[in-house]
Design a protein around this ligand. Structure first.
Ligand SMILES: [Zn+2]
Length: 95
């Protein structure tokens, strides 16, 4: 389990990989620099401002839901959910 110790806004001087979505964080933009602890080991990573908001807002990312690539994973799940089309006359197949 990942425990966040500290977060701060930084201006990136070089590109970084976002811990949440695994996409590149450009240089010279505001990013969130996170200090965290996992299995008694300290780790540091960067997040896009948007990804930080998603993580902060969504309780799903608390505790074990927060891991490297967690936002990317969540997007994949969302795509699958959105690709399920249920028309009204099909009824409710999940009940
Ligand atoms: Zn990101």
């Amino acid at each position: 389990m990942l425990e966040i110790i500290n977060k701060k806004v930084v201006l990136t001087r070089k590109t970084h990989e976002c811990y949440g979505c695994l996409k590149e964080i450009e240089r010279r933009i505001n990013a969130i620099y996170v200090t965290a602890k996992q299995d008694e080991q300290q780790m540091r990573f960067h997040l896009h401002e948007k990804c930080n908001k998603i993580i902060a807002k969504d309780k799903w990312f608390m505790g074990s839901g927060l891991f490297k690539g967690c936002i990317k994973e969540a997007e994949k799940v969302l795509e699958v959910v959105e690709s399920i089309n249920i028309t009204a006359d099909e009824g409710l197949p999940f009940i």
